[in-house]
Design a protein around this ligand. Structure first.
Ligand code: FES
Length: 140
């Protein structure tokens, strides 16, 4: 049998995703769609004193999207907003032991959902959003 092009970590986070669900009293919620495939990711963040104390997600998407959502929610917990903003889709993919090149666009969804949830947080606080959600060039 041909070996799957996914690392063990990707498979693990796909089979046993961490932090699936919703946070009813979330501080920020971000929903993003992937223009490449139409998959959708929703991220919930609980923020206290500038620190992300909880993160959950719901992803209607492929395995790589689920794995990267799971990983990014693990990575942001305990981080300050500034630290969380430094997490790139590449960093998420690396933490998972890499993704096949054609699946890198799936990890973009995780980064954008995180930034979108943070943007929502700033809006709810009535504060100006101190960053832009980058428009990534998606590879086809
Ligand atoms: Fe849609 Fe992976 S194929 S996010």
């Amino acid at each position: 049998m041909e070996q799957l092009p996914y690392s063990e970590k990707v498979m693990d986070h796909f089979m046993n995703p961490r932090n699936v669900g919703e946070i009813p009293d979330a501080s920020g919620i971000g929903t993003v769609g992937n223009p490449v495939c139409g998959d959708v990711m929703k991220m919930f963040l609980k923020i206290e004193n500038n620190v992300i104390v909880d993160a959950k997600f719901k992803t209607f998407g492929c395995g790589a999207a689920i794995s990267t959502s799971s990983m990014v929610t693990e990575m942001v917990k305990g981080k300050t907003i500034e630290e969380a903003l430094k997490i790139s889709n590449k960093a998420v993919a690396e933490a998972l032991g890499g993704l096949p090149p054609i699946k890198m666009h799936c990890s973009v969804l995780a980064e954008e959902a995180l930034r979108s949830a943070l943007k929502d947080y700033y809006k709810r606080q009535g504060k100006e959003v101190p960053f832009e959600i980058e428009e990534h060039k998606h590879e086809h």
